[in-house]
Design a protein around this ligand. Structure first.
Ligand code: NDP
Length: 507
């Protein structure tokens, strides 16, 4: 009997350098998180391969950076069409590699990546790279132009592999740069198909290259003298190392890092809306979303109703066969991540002694057809949490909600809530649920976070610039501002009225 399609091994997956597949002798394995079996062998980039990829980018840069924006736009729009045409095929790859249900990858991951590519392709075709003109005097004016940076490195995390690759490469390539992209070693499979889609769309050789491997390959890129910018998505601690390595070469950086975001429910909030928001902010993608609102502040007056409604909704979280359209909860991405999340759940129960409302240690109930060897954890909710608990302070990056009740009778409750919400070194996202829209804006204005929501959670359209405050990052991705992170400014002052040396002429 043959293996089911989902467990078949691929051939060894090569790198993609200078428009061609490129093999190396050393390989590593990509593991299927739903059953802990190898999915594919992947070529690991050595120092020479990283250098070749950067050099290919350098060679391609001269032509790509001077290709008219309208022409670059046409090419990128062809890639958008191919991504949409192959949505389900790419979603199956992402499901196998990440463990996210097909119901999610087929409706979110590729679509939101393609949307951003389409957004930037359209933006550069409609003046998005134009500078400004300023008339200084009747015979003098200045103008600014936006120049691409050169060869840029993209280093991705494992939670939204192809989406992250597209959110980085779309503005990078649209602005006229070239990219060497390194996926996370835990989710490498999207790299080659994406590179081949770009090539098929007409992106010239060397403009988008893929190197594979772990942090050492990322470090080779970050320290390479010909890399002009590093766009990084990952943990705060890694981001600090990457940013300081990049600083040594005065490279531009964009840092999209972790969070411990507050989700504030005010006493007048619609109960269903608030519970749905909190569910979305904690259990989508099995909690492996950087912007998750894991600190859920609930007023004492609403606590019991909130918890009951939450428990009802938890029955709608369905772990199971990842290709079953009704499955909406998958395993965690890797054994090492599973160990980390399980350790936090144990911490919550045994050390922090929060009240376990739902879930806990062990795997969720799974149908017989599903392997029990996958990296499953139960969706978990703790209540009666306090600000000092480790589970309420550190990023868990798994399906673990912390409910922090607050006394809604306190006259200074809004000030106190804002102080508690901001009491974290991170500042990625934040949100508030209330029917009082004036108050919602006042609260949001005081929250120290780069991404905020009112009466919703998680949507991040192409038009919306996203990036963290404080330790959660530097710079933004997406929106008009996102393009600015991939260009450098040149200012030119034009004098038409005479000599520049008038002052000296009088001497
Ligand atoms: P890591 O920081 O572990 O890794 C991120 C990437 O950096 C990986 O490709 C990794 O390689 C690579 N890397 C590791 N060490 C180095 C180094 N010294 N130099 C260069 N590159 C290196 O993050 P995770 O993959 O665990 O991702 C989860 C984190 O990402 C969470 O904290 C989450 O909040 C954050 N995140 C932030 C987002 C945002 O937009 N703000 C979006 C998505 C996730 P490898 O893993 O292959 O070893």
């Amino acid at each position: 009997m043959g293996q089911p399609e989902s467990h078949k091994r691929n051939d060894t997956q090569p790198l993609f350098i200078d428009g061609k597949r490129h093999t190396t002798s050393e390989t590593f394995q990509s593991i299927d998180p739903s059953c802990n079996k190898p999915l594919a062998d992947i070529c690991k980039a050595d120092k020479q391969a990283v250098h070749s990829a950067v050099e290919a980018g350098r060679r391609a840069f001269a032509k790509w950076s001077t290709t008219p924006p309208i022409e670059r736009s046409r090419i990128l729009l062809r890639a958008v069409a191919l991504l949409r045409e192959r949505n389900d095929e790419l979603a199956r790859i992402e499901t196998r590699d990440t463990g996210k249900p097909f119901s999610e990858t087929s409706t979110v991951d590729i679509i939101t990546g393609a949307d951003v590519l389409e957004y930037y392709a359209n933006l550069i075709a409609s003046g998005g790279l134009n500078g400004e003109t300023t008339q200084l005097r009747s015979d003098a004016w200045l103008y600014t132009t936006k120049a691409p940076l050169g060869v840029c490195a993209g280093i991705g995390a494992w939670n939204y592999p192809i989406q992250i690759a597209l959110w980085k490469s779309a503005p990078c390539l649209a602005a006229g740069n070239c990219m060497v992209y390194k996926p996370s070693e835990f989710t490498p499979l999207h790299g080659l198909p994406l590179a081949e889609i770009y090539a098929e769309a007409g992106v010239p050789p060397g403009v988008f290259n893929v190197v594979q491997g772990a942090g050492d390959v990322g470090a080779l890129l970050t320290s390479h003298p010909s890399i002009a910018k590093v766009s990084f998505t990952g943990q705060v601690s890694t981001g600090c190392r990457v940013a300081s390595a990049a600083a040594a070469g005065m490279k531009y950086v964009t840092m999209e890092l972790g969070g411990k975001s507050p989700c504030i429910i005010l006493p007048d909030a619609d109960l269903d809306g608030a519970v749905n928001g909190a569910m979305m902010a904690n259990f989508f993608s099995s909690g492996q979303v950087c912007t998750n609102g894991t600190r859920v502040f609930v007023p004492q007056s609403m606590l019991s109703a909130f918890e009951s409604r939450l428990l009802e909704k938890m029955s709608e979280v369905r772990a199971g066969d990842l290709m079953d359209p009704s499955t909406n909860f998958g395993p965690l991405v890797s054994k090492v991540h599973w160990e980390k999340v399980a350790k936090y759940i144990k911490q919550g129960i045994e050390v922090d002694r929060a009240k376990l409302l739902y879930g806990g240690l062990g795997a969720p109930k799974l149908p017989d057809s599903v392997s029990k060897n996958g990296f499953w954890v139960k969706p978990t909710a703790f209540t009666n949490c306090t600000d000092s608990m480790i589970i309420a302070r550190e990023e868990i990056f798994g399906p673990v909600m912390c409910i922090l009740p607050y006394a809604d009778s306190r006259p200074d409750r809004i000030d106190d809530l804002i102080r508690r919400a901001n009491n974290t070194p991170m500042g990625l996202a934040a949100g508030v649920f209330t029917k009082n829209i004036d108050l919602a804006h006042r609260v949001v204005a005081r929250l120290e976070a780069g991404i905020t929501w009112i009466n919703t959670w998680g949507e991040s359209p192409a038009e919306m610039p996203v990036g963290g405050w404080k330790m959660s990052g530097l710079g933004v991705e997406n929106g008009r501002r996102g393009l600015e992170n991939w260009v450098q400014n040149k200012s030119t002052l034009v004098e038409m009225g005479g000599s520049v040396a008038t002052v000296f002429a009088k001497l």
